[in-house]
Write a protein that binds this ligand. Structure first.
Ligand SMILES: [Zn+2]
Length: 142
């Protein structure tokens, strides 16, 4: 079992579509993979991503967390945590020894957490089991 995917209808599974200078002929429907998640698969993927993250409230000083920065993830060992009613600041040392701090708004920020050995496989399995409880439309089966 795996997260449910279907052939990309835009490129018919080839992963290639009309050519442009920036991305070549990579299909935007599937990012060149040729397949994409079904509705059910996408909901299970959200579940999986969520299970690999922590909320701001769960982060403690000394934790290693990944902060999403412009399309990438910067890992820091947290040494700064501050929040007010509508903003939060999280900061820490990056792998290269540089201090990095991120300030954001809202209370729903989430950060990548370090997974222990074998945990990824367990979380994927849990997401697959969750997927099996969903209808084709990605809703909980009654
Ligand atoms: Zn495609």
């Amino acid at each position: 079992m795996a997260l449910e995917r279907t052939t990309c209808s835009r490129c018919g599974g080839s992963g290639e579509y009309s050519f442009n200078m920036k991305d070549g002929s990579r299909c935007y429907g599937c990012n060149g993979k040729g397949t994409k998640l079904t509705k059910r698969g996408a909901v299970a993927m959200q579940h999986l991503v969520h299970s690999m993250e922590v909320s701001f409230e769960q982060v403690q000083l000394g934790d290693k967390v990944g902060i999403k920065v412009m399309g990438g993830i910067w890992w820091v060992t947290v040494n700064e945590l501050e929040s007010s009613s509508d903003t939060y600041t999280i900061g820490g040392l990056r792998l290269n020894g540089e201090q990095y701090a991120h300030t954001g708004r809202g209370s729903d920020a989430r950060f990548k957490r370090v997974l222990v050995e074998g945990e990824r496989a367990q979380l994927i399995e849990a997401a697959e089991q969750f997927q099996a409880t969903l209808t084709k439309q990605g809703k909980p089966r009654k």
